[in-house]
Structures are given as C-alpha cells and as structure tokens.
Design a binder for this molecule. Structure first.
Ligand SMILES: [Zn+2]
Length: 300
C-alpha cells in the first residue's frame, strides 16, 4: 500500500528500477511515522515481482503471493529494538550471498538503520561497497545524523518530508477523521499516521482531543490544575509540548508578551522533565496554572 504523499516518490523509484538504474543501496530518511516502512515494503515487493510494471508489483505472480504471505525466500529484514548488533548484520549478509531462490533479485531491509552499532555498520560497509549480484539494500532511518559517514556516502539518500497539510487532512478525512485540523496534525508532528494511531488508542494514551477537553474543563473551572496534572503525569512531556504549541499559536496571533512567557515557561518545563526524579505533577501544575491566567484586555 502506498500512501498518497509517497506516490510520486514510489513511481520514480519504480521507474528507475525498471530502467535498471536504481541504486543498489537506498537510504530512506525522514521523520517518524510518515510511512517509510510501507514505502520500503512496496518497493521490495516490486523489486522481487516477476512481472513488475510502472505502477508497481503485479500482485498475482508467485513472488507477490509469497511476499504477501510473509514467506518470500529472497526477502530479508533485520529488525532491531534499541541496537542492531554485528551478529545480526552478518546473518543478514550471509543470506544475501547465494543466488536468488525465486526472483531474480534479493532484498535486505533495515528498518532502523541508526540503531546499528559501529561494528555492525562496519560489517555492512563491504556489502555496500561490493554488493552481491542483484542485491538491493533498503535502509530506513529517522536519524540519518546518527549513521556513520561511510554508510551515508555509500547509499543513495532519499529524503522523505512530512506530508503536506492539505494532503494529510484529505487522507485523514478519507480515514474517517472528520474534524481533523492543522492544529491536530501539528500536535502529532505533522504525521497523519500518528494522528490516526492516537485516535485509535484513545483509551490507553492521552490523545490530543483528551488534552483539549481537559484544557476546556480547566478554563471553565470544571477541573483543577492539580487534578489534571495528577491525571496527566505519565504523559507530562507530551502535555508540555502541546501547551507549548498552543502558546506559540496564541503568540503568533496576539503578539502578547504573556503568551511568549507561556511559551518560554513550557520550554523550561520540558527541560526540567528530563531530570529523573522530578515531580511531574508540580511541573505540570505550574504550566496549567499559567494557562488559567485571564487574557489581557485587548483595549486597555
Ligand atoms: Zn508480481
């Protein structure tokens, strides 16, 4: 599946693959939750497809069927949690050494390339320099600055931006999020996928809507800052980020010094929250109490 904001990138990569001009090592770099993995997945499928076309994989050849079933013998993925060690990289490289079993090509995907240890990265270098025949390496990262320069220089970098606001809002609407707004998107770093995920997890994590409802209740006097701060302490950094965004938006429109103070206080609070052992309820209370200050009279 290709998200609409990646359709052009996908078409361009597929076109180059069919013209046999696709670089054997691609680095897909971009912010979290914009669909980099889905793009790599679709690209891998078309690389392995036995009858690829400019629109993508055929979807019905033996290769496509195995790929969809998650059991393609020429497709390998090196997942990692916090670190990707040298053993796993060597294992992945070993799988690429033989000829392709089913397709003409072989694909290795590294979904979080920035988690490679230095020795893992060094082990990968040789493969990047002298790849085995018909091998494609797809490296994904949200932190390209953490990759060794030697890795960066041997990959073709494909920088993927956050999707445009209008495109994201259209997509969210099609996904059933009727009241999506620019502010909602901004609350989730501009990622429509993060918005959709957050709304589907309404029960477990604090959502932006839950936050907005809480702020409304605070301003109307139905909630106290202490009650909210206690309830939101597990999501304290997220709450402070949203308060900061709200203050920023207000300052842009009002140019009031009070809103700028609020913005600065949130920045300060975000830093304090990074200290282990900090009382999150106290920090949140200070931020929320400032929000309760009445707006200054526009016509004094
Ligand atoms: Zn196919």
């Amino acid at each position: 599946m290709i998200f609409p904001w990646f359709e052009r990138t996908f078409a361009s990569l597929t076109g180059r693959l069919l013209a046999q001009r696709l670089h054997h090592a691609l680095l897909l770099a971009g912010p979290p939750e914009i669909g980099k993995f889905q793009l790599a997945d679709a690209l891998a499928q078309v690389i392995l497809c036995q009858q690829p076309a400019s629109v993508g994989s055929c979807g019905h050849c033996q290769s496509c069927k195995l790929f969809a079933a998650g059991s393609h013998p020429d497709f390998h993925m090196l997942e990692s949690d916090k670190q990707l060690g040298v053993d796993k990289i060597r294992e992945g490289i070993a799988r690429l050494s033989g000829t392709a079993q089913l397709s003409r090509n072989k694909v290795l995907v590294i979904p979080a390339a920035h988690t490679m240890t230095d020795s893992a990265a060094n082990a990968l270098l040789k493969t990047l320099e002298e790849p085995t025949d018909n091998t494609f390496l797809l490296l994904l990262t949200e932190k390209p600055q953490q990759l060794l320069p030697t890795i960066l220089s041997r990959c073709e970098k494909c920088t993927l931006p956050v999707p445009g606001e209008a495109e994201s809002l259209n997509w969210l609407k099609a996904e059933g999020v009727e009241d999506a707004s620019g502010a909602l998107l901004q609350a989730y770093g501009g990622s429509p996928l993060a918005v959709r995920r957050a709304l589907s997890e309404e029960d477990t994590a604090l959502s932006y809507r839950g936050f907005q409802d809480g702020i409304q209740a605070l301003l109307s006097g139905a909630e106290t800052s202490l009650a909210l701060a206690s309830r939101w302490q597990d999501a304290a950094p997220q709450v402070v980020t949203w308060c900061q965004q709200q203050a920023h938006r207000r300052y842009i429109s009002t140019q009031q010094v009070q809103d700028f103070e609020m913005f600065s206080l949130c920045q300060h609070a975000a830093k304090r929250l990074q200290h282990p052992g900090i009382n999150k309820v106290v920090v949140l209370c200070q931020v929320l109490e400032l929000l309760q200050r009445p707006a200054p009279d526009p016509h004094p």
